[in-house]
Design a protein around this ligand. Structure first.
Ligand code: PLP
Length: 495
């Protein structure tokens, strides 16, 4: 049966999976949601005998019903291949009383690879299915991780070009080096003299420019987005929760049907929403533990029922979670509003005009699957240090936020259920923060000295993604002012 998607903000816009992937955002500004969440059709014990790619197919076929088996399998096999440094794709490490699901074994060593390695294939297949002849131009603003993962995913994919804008002085040295050394004739990386918000706003303006869209169409181009509200990013993230549970079962770590908790270090609410979808598909998950850093807008929301972004934006050592508007939360709000697009639309209007909204008591009661808490900078550092000292396992700053919140949860509730922690980045991506948390003496070393030191103390080989940038040539040197972004795009496309 065909599963359709509809907007969270109006009753009348529906789309097939491939149309929703192509569009990214609905015309009314809402997010596409499936009209119902499909149930798993394969038993978990059967899934436990399958490879990652096979599990991916069993999950994705239920959401992307207008793709043929051949199309979907081709997308999956092109995405989850030797770009990952382990055949397991997402291995589990047992440490410190929890299971760490390592989602950072892809090309750019952060969890964004899990979805961005398949999105280009889903997108180009969707274009073909809908007779789109234009070349797709992916336009992205990044605060660091999304940009590189999208570049790696789209590099040299026929029928696409990708343009990434990043704040020139707002990303880590390793993140910048990763981006400006990107190969591929269809890639273009631009630093802007401004912050991430400026980049994001500039990109939205370009997206919304009707005249530019006409000029683009004349040259057979159209824009699309690789950002995390695309359903083509959300669904591939459901896969690894199903896969992880099936591995725990295969390894006799859980009994069939035994409920586990899942802890997710959260920013835009995409990763944890995928876990919530997995639970709704029938995966035995009990609590969804939402971990925030000092930008604890979600913790406050789960405690009070009020979402309020009117607060100071705090720069932390877990920059991929420094966010005050968690876009994907809208999909959860829509659900607890009883799938009521008008009710959701009003709350989102309040968010954009007043920066806040409050949900009703009944809606709040529907949030009982979730537990929210946060970790301060000091607690995050201490957690990295403690886990390293007790177990020799080194985790990155984002994962440490999750591990710290899990400790708080256990203390508060005494819940002894087995727990999976989403480990979202390799410690090599945030080497300085990680090493200085372990011992202050490391502060005087250079970035690449720290890389070698991390390898020594953890016994983990330096990932290819880091080796590559040690000596890689800088290929992108364009820097522009915020008001020149559109011109830069036109020049690159030659229009
Ligand atoms: C993007 C990111 C997150 C946040 O994920 P969301 O889906 O936005 O909640 C957490 N950790 C890392 C390392 C990330 O790159």
């Amino acid at each position: 049966m065909e599963l359709l998607y509809k907007s969270t903000r109006s009753e009348n816009e529906t789309a097939t999976a491939s149309q929703a992937i192509l569009k990214g955002l609905a015309d009314d500004g809402g997010l596409f949601v499936p009209t119902s969440i499909p149930k798993l059709e394969t038993s978990i014990s059967d899934l436990s005998k399958m490879t990652y790619q096979e599990v991916a197919y069993e999950v994705m076929k239920l959401f992307f019903t207008d793709f043929t088996e051949e199309e979907l399998k081709e997308c999956i096999n092109k995405a989850y291949d030797a770009k990952f440094d382990t055949e397991e794709i997402a291995p589990i490490v047992k440490a410190d009383g929890a299971y760490f699901l390592e989602l950072f074994h892809g090309a750019t060593i952060a969890f964004k690879d899990m979805a961005l390695s398949i999105l280009p294939h889903l997108l180009t297949t969707s274009a073909k299915k809908n007779q789109v002849k234009n070349e797709i131009v992916i336009l992205t603003a990044t605060s660091g991780d999304t940009g590189k993962a999208a570049l790696a995913g789209f590099a040299d994919v026929p029928g696409t070009k990708i343009i990434v804008f990043y704040p020139k002085d707002g990303v880590s040295p390793i993140q910048e080096k990763q981006m400006v050394t990107q190969k591929g004739d269809n890639t273009f990386v631009v630093g802007i003299n401004g912050n991430f918000d400026d980049a994001q706003t500039g990109v939205k303006l370009i997206f919304g420019d009707k005249d530019l869209a006409k000029v683009m169409a004349k040259s057979n181009y159209q824009f699309s987005s690789a950002n995390s509200i695309n359903i083509g990013r959300l669904v591939p993230q459901v896969v690894y929760y199903v896969y992880a549970y099936s591995r725990l079962l295969a390894n006799d770590e859980v009994c069939e049907g035994e409920k586990i908790n899942v802890v997710v270090p959260t920013g835009n609410f995409g990763n944890i929403l995928a876990a919530f979808y997995a639970k709704n598909m029938g995966l035995p998950i009990d609590k969804l533990i939402c971990a925030s850093n000092d930008n604890k807008v979600l913790y406050d929301f789960f405690s009070t029922g009020e979402y309020n972004r009117n607060r100071e934006f705090i720069l932390t050592s877990s920059p991929s979670m420094d966010i005050l508007i968690s876009s994907n939360l809208e999909r959860l709000i829509f659900k607890i509003a009883g799938n009521d697009a008008n009710k959701n639309g009003e709350l989102m209007k309040a968010l954009s005009s007043n920066g806040k909204y409050e949900i009703t008591k009944e809606m709040k009661n529907d949030l009982s699957d979730f537990y929210g808490n946060y970790a301060t900078e000091e607690e995050t550092g201490k957690t990295i240090q403690q886990i390293y000292e007790d177990t020799n396992y080194v985790i990155d700053t984002h994962t440490a936020v999750a591990a710290c919140v899990y400790k708080k949860y256990k203390k508060e509730t005494n819940d002894k259920s087995k727990t999976l922690i989403a480990s979202t980045a390799s410690p090599y991506k945030f080497t300085r923060s990680v090493m200085c948390a372990i011992n202050e003496k490391y502060d005087s070393m250079s970035d690449f000295e720290l890389v070698d030191e991390l390898s020594k103390i953890s016994g983990v080989e330096v990932p290819q993604a880091i080796e590559e940038i040690r000596s890689a040539k800088v290929l992108h040197e364009t820097v522009c002012e915020v008001n020149e972004m559109q011109k830069v795009v036109k020049d690159f496309l030659n229009i």
